[in-house]
Design a protein around this ligand. Structure first.
Ligand code: PLP
Length: 407
């Protein structure tokens, strides 16, 4: 009988947020075990509802959204996107340079499919949001990871970035604000990255999906606003800022000097047309979202839910012997360091699996974000303070006995 296996193209794709830990979590859940999930940045299960304005824009437009839109998206959405990014200093020529997507995810895959030939290299951060590495790999490219430095607020290490540029490098990816570290990059760091891109004629891809989820007065600078002479693609969407990940509304904006990217843009237009268009009903929520209504501003201030959950997780983690964490300034992730020596950890995925089995709490190991050493993990701090307190109490208890090398 004929059997089917996955395409060989997927063999090298590093997208290991699934794997043994998720398999075990699924198995436990199927047996009826309740698992506390600190592993996924999906606000809805934690009682973060999409704002009424967003729900209204979605439902009001059901009848308007029956047919395909033009492949880049409806004019209303792209006008709102144009105004938003121009207000952040991007030099965008017109709405022709804006493409809506079924979330940013679809567009990340699209930009790599359109750009890369086999063996081309793209600089991707470590740690990264792993879809970036997967998309590069799937398109036949090699993701070359540059280090983000925990000692410097998780900023990209510019010297490491430069060291890794070769004649095959086509682009630099930055994720700012960052998942998984919660870092918000300073203007100086961004200027340094622009200098490198300018010197080596690289495209800049900037994933800014968390730019409206800032705390402590942090200010977000779009790198493209500092590089009007370079070709940049900026990604954004409403999944996180408007707690509407399930609606699938994202976009990308081409800005700066397009003269050297005409062929690439032609390819992007082809790919955009091939998928016909993004979910049309969801495109209609974009003007409402970008008008500023319904943004989670209160939740991000002192006393607000995301802020207080961040404070709680940060303090509790740093209170555990053998764990340290840099305070995140944006989004809802923290990427703590665990003293691998103290706990005899050589396999971070095994650590997360052991913790899941014993405590029924799900984390993601650092390796899932292409962090090479077995000494980090990521927590999503969307759950309520009581759940965060409970989970950190359990982690403390677990670590008081854990030695991986003696298991
Ligand atoms: N980029 C980053 C940095 C993310 O963290 C995520 C989701 O977690 C995405 C992109 C995907 O977003 P979307 O829901 O728009 O596909």
């Amino acid at each position: 009988m004929r059997t089917f296996s996955k395409s060989g193209k997927l063999d090298n794709v590093c997208y290991d947020i699934r794997g043994p830990v998720m398999d075990e979590a699924d198995r436990m859940a199927a047996e009826g075990t309740k698992i506390l999930k600190l592993n996924i940045g999906n606000p809805a299960p934690f009682d973060f509802d999409a704002p009424d304005e967003i729900i209204k824009a979605m439902t009001d437009n059901l009848r308007n959204a029956q047919g395909y839109s033009t492949s880049k998206g409806v004019v209303e959405a792209r006008n709102a996107i144009l105004n938003y990014h121009r207000s952040k200093g991007l030099s965008v020529e017109s709405i022709n340079d804006i493409y809506t997507g079924n979330g940013v995810s679809e567009l990340i895959v699209m930009v790599m499919q359109g750009l890369l030939d086999n063996g081309d290299e793209v600089l991707v951060p470590a740690p990264d949001y792993p879809l970036w590495t997967a998309a590069v790999t799937l398109a036949g490219g090699n993701a070359v990871h540059y280090i983000c430095d925990e000692q410097s607020d998780w900023y990209p290490d510019i010297a490491d970035m430069e060291k890794k540029i070769t004649d095959k490098t086509k682009a630099i990816v930055i994720i700012n604000p960052n998942n998984p570290t919660g870092a918000v990059y300073s203007k100086d760091v961004l200027e340094d990255i622009v200098k490198l891109a300018r010197k080596h004629e690289l495209i800049i891809f900037s994933d800014e999906i968390y730019d409206r989820l800032l705390m402590d007065g942090a200010e977000h600078t779009s790198i493209a606003s500092l590089a009007p002479d370079l070709f940049c693609i900026t990604f954004n969407g409403v999944s996180k800022s408007h707690m509407s990940a399930g609606f699938r509304a994202g976009w990308m904006v081409l800005s700066g000097d397009k003269s050297k990217a005409e062929g690439y843009i032609e390819g992007l237009n082809m790919l955009s047309s091939m998928r016909l268009c993004s979910n049309v009903q969801a495109q209609y929520i974009i003007p409402a979202a970008l008008s500023g209504t319904g943004a989670p501003d209160e939740a991000l201030k002192k006393g607000g839910r995301i802020y207080e959950q961040r404070e709680c997780i940060y303090n509790l983690l740093n209170d555990i012997d053998g764990i340290t964490a840099v305070k995140p300034k944006a989004a809802f992730y923290i990427f703590p360091k665990i003293d691998a020596k103290k706990f005899g950890i050589t396999d971070d995925e095994q650590f997360v699996l052991d913790f899941l089995k014993e405590k029924k709490i799900l984390l993601v190991h650092g390796g899932g974000f292409h962090w090479e050493q077995p000494d980090h993990f990521r927590i999503v701090y969307l759950p309520a303070v009581e759940d965060l307190k409970y989970s950190m109490g359990e982690l403390k208890d677990f670590l008081s006995r854990y030695r991986q090398d003696r298991c």
